[in-house]
Ligand binder design. Sequence first.
Ligand code: H2B
Length: 97
Amino acid sequence: MTGKLTEDERKLELSPLFAQGWAAVEGRDAIAKTYEFGDFVSAFGFMTRAALWAEKMNHHPEWSNVYKTVEVTLSTHDADGLTMKDVDLARKMDTLA
Ligand code: H2B
């Protein structure tokens, strides 16, 4: 199992994600992002592609969808906080969106 991000890793790995619309979650070691798509089909298409990657990566998002909005929270439950698995999935989701 991968360990929680160190302070150095947080600076290095999370800063680029924060620049891409990810943000730290209040009161929890997790990151979140809200994706807005043009319509429901685009939003759900993104979720379908992301779900297949998540399964392949064996790392799964917490997320919800309302019409063309998808809210995503990433954290590693097994580690009770952020690990490189969250960074990798966040990057992958940004490429799929
Ligand atoms: N996803 C997330 N977000 N955190 C985990 O700790 C996690 C997961 N653990 N997907 C995986 C599955 C684990 O439960 C299985 C058994 O590998």
